[in-house]
Write a protein that binds this ligand. Structure first.
Ligand code: SIN
Length: 377
């Protein structure tokens, strides 16, 4: 993990703020048997009139901080530029917000880990608890940005904006998209209308909600979509326009788990001619939960369903889908009631894995309770 450095870029703009705190006592762990998992979201007043919002940029690496290989049209290494380099590439950023910046890591997001997620979440909670910032922007590789966004969305209890941003082209590429995306992300984080919307992902002038967003193209700058719901909003220059109601984000958050890892949950990927070996491998390696990236409506070969039903005796099985849009419907193609499975609703396999990991941290393992959480969140 990268060394963390704090770089105050400009003086802090003062504003009164009331942080109720990230309420770990009333989170999902408070009552594993209660119907809803309750944790209050802290509500803080906006910056004083006339003061620039204070935005903290937390850098983690990715293509936005990548450098192209000399002489190569496509080759580059993610996570090379410093957070100061990223900020310096956006003229006028200091007119949008009073900035401070820290490096949390400098990696390609294929190497993003639970340890870095937890470090990031603790740092964000601390910044908000200390009233040290009015919003956070996280620079991140696009490959797993939706996973980090979803994790943070579930554990950071605040109404202040948390905005993740990446780029599809490295920092020194022709037509690098990083500077414009970073400007857009800071603009969104500084916007009063961005409050109370959970974690957001901003790329290519579009704002997505953490639950909905997914990457759909390997190289195009228009890669992120929210297939089931559409985007949260748009940003054009200094204009930020939301098209969704923020009320949908007012749901409980999980208490941040102690330590540096989460319970092991494996994803098994279904395909024609699939054998049950991936399921056995997950069981043999101690997975506490298994997510099926199923075909169609979260289905898979009979032999795999049998193996999952057996594995289900002492771990949780969630049926998700490898299809990029739509819902996995409970009891539609697979008898979840009989087999004790959970249907992932609109969560893709990677996000199903994260939600199941968080539920396991608070000892929610009963399939019907797990189902409630998948359906409610
Ligand atoms: C990464 O996810 O770190 C590499 C790809 C990207 O940022 O677009």
């Amino acid at each position: 993990m990268g060394r963390r450095t704090t770089i105050p870029l400009l003086g802090l703009a003062l504003c009164a703020s009331l942080i109720v705190g990230c309420d770990s006592d009333s989170g999902p762990g408070a009552s594993a048997t209660s119907k809803t998992v309750a944790a209050s979201t802290s509500v803080a007043p906006p910056p004083a009139p006339g003061a620039l919002p204070r935005i903290t940029i937390l850098a983690t690496g990715g293509t936005i901080a990548g450098k192209a290989t000399a002489g190569s049209g496509v080759g580059y290494t993610a996570g090379q530029a410093s957070v100061q380099d990223l900020i310096a590439a956006v003229p006028g950023l200091e007119k949008i917000a009073t900035l401070q910046a820290e490096s949390i890591a400098n990696i390609g997001s294929q190497d993003m880990s639970e340890e870095i997620w937890l470090t990031l979440a603790r740092r964000i909670n601390q910044l908000f608890a200390d009233n040290a910032t009015d919003g956070v922007v996280i620079t991140h590789g696009t490959d797993t940005i939706e996973e980090t966004a979803f994790f943070l969305d579930n554990v950071v209890a605040t109404d202040k904006p948390v905005v993740l941003v990446g780029a599809m082209r490295p920092a020194n590429a022709l037509s690098a998209d990083g500077p414009a995306n970073l400007r857009a992300a800071v603009t969104v984080a500084a916007a009063p209308a961005a409050r109370g919307r959970g974690a957001l992902v901003v790329l290519n002038e579009t704002i997505h909600g953490a639950r909905d967003v997914t990457k759909t193209h390997t190289s195009s700058i228009q890669t992120f979509v929210s297939p089931n719901t559409g985007p949260e909003g748009y940003v054009a220059g200094d204009s930020v326009r939301f098209v969704k109601n923020p009320l949908s984000h007012q749901r409980p958050r999980f208490p941040l788990p102690e330590g540096s890892s989460l319970p092991r949950v494996d994803i098994v990927y279904s395909h024609a001619g699939m054998r049950p070996d991936q399921v056995r491998d997950a069981v043999d390696h101690g997975a506490k939960g298994i997510v099926l990236a199923g075909v169609g409506d979260g289905n898979t070969a009979k032999a795999v369903l049998d193996a999952l039903a057996k594995a289900n005796d002492d771990r949780v099985v969630v049926r998700s889908t490898r299809v990029g849009a739509g819902e996995v419907v409970r009891n539609a193609e697979v008898n979840d009631d009989e087999l004790g499975f959970v249907a992932s609703a609109d969560l893709n396999p990677a996000k199903s894995r994260i939600l199941l990991q968080l539920l396991l941290t608070v000892n929610i393992t009963d399939p019907l309770r797990v189902q409630q959480e998948f359906t409610a969140r």
